[in-house]
Design a protein around this ligand. Sequence first.
Ligand code: UDP
Ligand code: MG
Length: 160
Amino acid sequence: MSANQGVKERTLVLIKPDAIQRSLIGSITKRFESKGLKLVGMKMMSLDEAVLREHYAHIADKPFFAGLSKFMQSTPVVAMCWEGLEVVDAVRRITGITKAREAEAGSIRGDFAMSVSCNVIHASDSVDNAEVEVKRFFKADEIHSYDKSEYMHVYADDEL
Ligand code: UDP
Ligand code: MG
């Protein structure tokens, strides 16, 4: 096995204010841990309008943006960086579609949410965006490298 089990791919997850208010931090984090992903960064932080405009640039001109921005500033969020093989895609699948009441049962949004806006988490939607988003929310020294002993049971030898 290579040092740090070879950095595979990293993605950003934000636990949103509805999940903070509903005491779902543990339940949500547990889903990613149980999947076999490696947590390499985690912190609570308050977001401001500037970072939200940047993070949600693709929807900043939509009528719902003002409400979304207010919602995202209503409590701190928990930012997490997860690492794993093809982790961006895997986390999007676990997350479920945006409109939570139609999200697949078993996904986080499918199991924990009913709203289009209050859909408990954000997850990066592509490898390129994940790289930008991890850097947006974490300084380099807030991302940690370590070997996880359970990896030998999570992946086959030829995947490590
Ligand atoms: N959103 C909203 N109303 C909409 C569409 C999106 O409030 O009609 C919010 C919602 O919180 C969503 C976020 O904007 O998660 C980002 O939208 P995107 O289309 O990127 O969805 P996601 O990638 O989060 O599934
Ligand atoms: Mg998105």
